[in-house]
Design a protein around this ligand. Structure first.
Ligand code: DC
Length: 218
């Protein structure tokens, strides 16, 4: 019987990387919920929507179409925006729009609908606490700010994105603050989540640790 696996944690803690590896290992499907908030942010920017205006925000959400291709590309209204949603500007804007209750309610409903079929690894900030409180496995990934900034730096370099380590660190600290201090569904470890500090671990080591938690539940 397939189960659902929730992976939460702060930005750049390795959630998406581990979720993807886990999906390959278990032949499960991945839902990157952060990409959905990023799509809302990109659409807000493109349409110059005032996100403090409830009516404008509601109109945007009614017309937005977020989808994923089988190989993981992110589609916003049918257009591949996989690269465009990863800029620093959209990261910060995603964190800001995700503080809005209207946005959260809309996306959480879609996420819960998708996960009904089970067999999902879902990563985000509120998966274990709000989206899938009954997930069979809940993992909470953490890592030091230094490690996370370094990882993002290397990732950006590989993608050919210019960046500065000090600025990345600053952005991570700001997003951590915003994501943990917002009123609606702040980033929090679920009571029954297992925390893994990945600061001194490589991807294979984290994957092994997660698989050791997941396998007995399958
Ligand atoms: O995981 P990420 O860095 O791609 O997420 C971008 C932003 O979206 C993050 O700063 C907070 C928000 N987010 C959220 O509030 N809830 C989620 N389940 C996933 C992301």
């Amino acid at each position: 019987m397939a189960i659902n696996i929730a992976i939460d944690g702060p930005s750049a803690s390795g959630k998406s990387t581990i979720a993807k590896e886990l999906c390959k290992e278990l032949n499960y499907k991945h839902l990157d919920t952060g990409a959905m908030y990023r799509c809302v942010a990109l659409k807000v920017k493109r349409t110059d929507t005032d996100y403090d205006n409830e009516e404008e925000l509601q109109n945007l959400l009614e017309s937005i179409n977020i989808d994923f291709t089988p190989d993981g590309a992110v589609l916003l209204d049918g257009e591949d925006v996989s690269g465009e949603i990863r800029t620093d500007e959209i990261s910060m804007l995603a964190s800001t729009v995700s503080t809005k209750k209207t946005v959260r309610m809309h996306l959480v409903k879609i996420q819960q609908q998708i996960a009904k079929d089970k067999g999902y690894v879902m990563d985000g900030r509120d998966i274990g606490t709000v989206v899938l409180p009954d997930a069979e496995v809940k993992i909470f990934l953490v890592a030091s700010v230094e490690t996370r900034a370094q990882r993002r730096f290397l990732e950006n370099k590989q993608r050919g994105i210019e960046c500065n380590l000090r600025e990345l660190k600053q952005e991570i600290v700001e997003r951590d603050y915003q994501d943990t201090h917002r009123k609606h569904s702040p980033l929090r470890k679920a009571k029954d989540a297992i925390e893994i500090d990945t600061s001194n671990m490589n991807i294979d080591e984290v994957l092994d640790a997660v698989l050791n938690i997941v396998r007995p539940k399958l």
